[in-house]
Design a protein around this ligand. Structure first.
Ligand code: PGA
Length: 255
């Protein structure tokens, strides 16, 4: 059995004060939830403040990115040891917005995963196809390439410490969710890639999240799919009531 994991990707939103307000409200509703793993990923500058609210909570903290070197002359970057120091246990790596706007490639993502694992952070490794890639029938090829490139050189034990997020780029922030069948098809492919590359035992335990306009109204159907183990949530994680509702809907399915 894989435990459902719901992560909120707050992207470039919320001041420290707003982040603390949001996580305080959320915590009030779900801090004692044990059936589902819950993660929130604020901007770097709010990590510490949010971490302080989450002491004794089951809600865990994640960052949205990292740089692969630990320290040194890398102006403007934030490293895995610093993220850990700020209280985080997770880090999103290779989000499509990073690939699209900041030139991230499978090769840089691969290095970032290594840095995260070295600090004991759980990487949430993102893959996903563009609309034109889906329309030209290249989804399987693109996902396979991203998966293999991002995870090249890792052992089964390493991969067991990761979460994979399938986020079709055309569904992110657009209101267009992949249908449960469309999502399941790609999740199944990723599960097969895990089995082929790292063994069936690994494929059975690694959680694969869906991301792209996930919300309270569609989460139940999505996570009922056999290979969908949770969600990486953007817009709907910015309000405590909608994010908490998604968690509650997942608990109802888990039962
Ligand atoms: P969205 O974003 O839920 O707003 O579509 C998801 C993501 O990019 O992680």
């Amino acid at each position: 059995m894989r435990k459902t994991i719901i992560a909120g990707n707050w992207k470039l939103n919320k001041t420290c004060k707003e982040a603390v307000e949001l996580v305080t409200e959320l915590n009030r509703e779900v801090s004692q939830v044990t059936e589902v793993d819950i993660v929130v990923c604020p901007v770097f500058t709010a990590l510490r403040d949010v971490s302080d609210v989450l002491v004794d909570s089951n809600v865990k903290l994640g960052a949205q990115n990292l740089y692969w070197e630990d320290a040194g002359a890398f102006t403007g970057e934030v490293s895995a040891p610093l993220i850990k120091d700020a209280g985080a246990q997770y880090v999103i790596i290779g989000h499509s917005e990073r690939r699209q706007y900041f030139g991230e490639t499978d090769a840089t993502i691969n290095k970032k995963i290594k840095a995260a694992l070295a600090q004991g952070l759980t990487p949430i490794v993102c893959v996903g196809e563009l609309l034109e890639e889906r329309e030209s029938g290249d989804t399987e090829k693109v996902i396979t390439e991203q998966f293999k490139g991002s995870l090249a050189g890792y052992s089964a034990d390493d991969v067991k410490r990761m979460v994979i997020a399938y986020e079709p780029v055309w569904a992110i922030g657009t209101g267009k969710t992949a249908t449960p069948d469309q999502a399941q098809e790609v999740h199944k492919l990723i599960r097969q890639l895990l089995a082929d590359g790292f063994g069936q035992e690994t494929a059975d335990v690694v959680r694969i999240q869906y991301g792209g306009s996930a919300k309270p109204e569609n989460i139940t159907e999505l996570i009922q799919q056999p290979d969908i183990d949770g969600a990486l949530v953007g817009g709907a994680s910015l309000k405590s009531d909608s994010f908490a509702q998604m968690i509650k809907n997942c608990i109802a399915v888990a039962k």
